[in-house]
Design a protein around this ligand. Structure first.
Ligand code: C2O
Ligand code: CU
Length: 477
């Protein structure tokens, strides 16, 4: 039995115990996969119930994939082909977007732009190759501020051919819910205050669809922790008391392993972080994982609770660097530059903008539920004149300026990009990302080769900002 098989067996035991049991269906069966055959599975989007809070509170009515929040962890191996049959049991249209995956445009799940939305009782087949390993996720792109906010999301893990050696892998899908007293979801989706401020910040944070208590760990253990922020709007800044996590991937893409900064592992909406967590505490000890992103509102997310029995004296010391993925390297020398300005929001300076070809002032924008613009244009839906048309095969640099007093995690579909600089200073690791968060007034440069033809969304992933106009189309032709 190879080490790899042993690793997989260990993971199977872990998965069987968690909410991710549905992932078992996705695990490879005996024998090597046939190259041509796609790994097939079904997703049903529909109403369900979830134990978000636990006794004495009742279950929360949610919208869910396959009756579970999060939906099943979809697992496949790099180079495989995935085929997902979506059935829509919701009372409204939906789609599935494969966040961070470089899929063909027709598989991108953007209603009206890349496909007809899937009607209630309808279905759609998504099928695409998985060229890159990493931590990704899936969610609807139709009225996502409500559909994601009610629980439609799940993790998608593409395994490396040679994964880093760890004792255990954990997937934490983080979410933030706005619940009312009977633990049901507050129905005030898309209200103008959320749209014009920092989005729908909730009052109940869950890991894998539960308010977490403690995670059992053992001294000497090495854990790979895949973090996914599926919240509509909450930004997380996680500090692991007594531990020094190493960041090995951001948005699924390998990065030079480095320690998390003092203010913690910052994860904007839609972003992912892969960490190596070495368990260096003593048997019986407990440590807090603190989310301190919003100052004065820090809280304990979960505890790490050490078992009485150590696994070994100290964690192993294997290399943790991940192999690079398959993105073409941008060539800055011949790059074409494009300037992008993000404007609007409460306390911002945007006074007027253009919306569906008309000049409107901020009062009229608000009247239509809008508060944001990209290069002075307010998005009314998914289909619009392209913000940019990018020559295919060339390197493009987007120089993005946040002209607002709010954070914006900006997501580009169909591509990963390198983050070159922040406020004019080169980044240390030139991270590959698909979602880059801009702090208030921050300026960020990203670069990528536009190699995936089609019309791609470029939008803020605070879902209320997206709905409020901070969305655009980038055409690669
Ligand atoms: Cu995760 Cu356009 O979305
Ligand atoms: Cu935003």
């Amino acid at each position: 039995m190879s080490t790899r098989t042993g690793y997989r067996a260990a993971r199977r035991r872990f998965l069987a115990g968690g909410a991710a049991a549905a992932a078992l269906a996705m695990l490879p069966s005996a024998g090597p996969p046939r190259a041509a055959a796609a790994r097939e599975l079904k997703l049903v989007a529909g109403p369900g119930r979830a134990h978000l809070v636990g006794a004495p509170y009742p279950d929360t009515p949610v919208w869910a994939y396959n009756d579970s929040v999060p939906g099943p962890v979809l697992r496949a191996r790099q180079g495989e082909r995935l085929r997902v049959v979506l059935n829509n049991a919701l009372a409204e249209e939906t789609t599935v977007h494969w966040h961070g995956l470089r899929v063909p445009n027709a598989m991108d799940g953007v209603p009206h732009l890349t496909q007809k939305p899937v009607a209630a009782d309808g279905s759609f087949v998504y099928e695409f190759d998985l060229p890159d390993a990493g931590t990704y996720w899936y969610h609807p792109h139709q009225r996502s501020f409500e559909q994601v906010g009610r629980g439609l999301y799940g993790a998608l893990v593409v395994e490396e051919h040679e994964p880093v050696e760890v004792d255990r892998e954990l997937v934490w899908v983080l979410d933030d819910w706005r619940l009312v007293r009977d633990a049901s979801i507050s129905g005030d989706f898309g209200n103008m205050h959320d749209v014009s401020h920092n989005g729908r910040i909730g009052n109940t944070v869950t890991i894998n669809g539960r308010i977490p208590d403690a995670v059992a760990v053992r001294r000497g253990e090495r854990i790979r922790l895949r973090l996914i922020n599926a919240a509509n709007a909450r930004i997380f800044g996680l500090r692991f008391d007594g531990h020094r996590p190493l960041i090995i991937a951001i948005d699924g893409q390998p990065v030079t392993p480095h320690e998390a900064p003092d203010d913690g592992v910052v994860i904007g909406p839609a972003m992912r972080m892969d960490l190596i967590l070495d368990m260096t505490g003593a048997p019986g000890e407990r440590f807090s994982v603190i989310d301190g992103f919003y100052r004065r509102r820090a809280y304990r997310l979960v505890e790490l609770s050490y078992d009485r029995k150590p696994l070994r004296a100290s964690p192993p010391d294997h290399a943790v660097e991940l192999p690079a993925n398959t993105m073409p390297e941008p060539e800055s020398a011949q790059a074409l530059r494009h300037e992008i300005v993000l404007g609007g929001g409460a306390m911002g300076s945007l006074r007027r903008a253009s919306m569906e070809g008309r000049r409107v002032d901020i009062r009229e924008m608000v009247h239509h539920g809008k508060a944001w613009a990209i290069n002075g244009v307010v998005a009314a839906g998914h289909v619009m004149e392209p913000l940019l048309t990018l020559e295919r095969g060339r390197t493009h640099i987007l120089d993005i300026r946040n002209d607002s007093p709010w954070h914006h995690p900006m997501h580009l579909h169909g591509h990963s990009f390198r983050v070159l600089s922040r406020d004019g200073r080169p980044t240390r690791h030139r991270e590959w990302q698909d979602t880059v968060m801009l702090a208030p007034r921050e300026r960020v440069e990203i670069a990528f080769v536009a190699d995936n033809p089609g019309d791609w969304m470029f939008h803020c992933h605070i879902l209320e900002h997206q709905a409020g106009g901070m969305s655009s189309v980038v055409r690669v032709a």
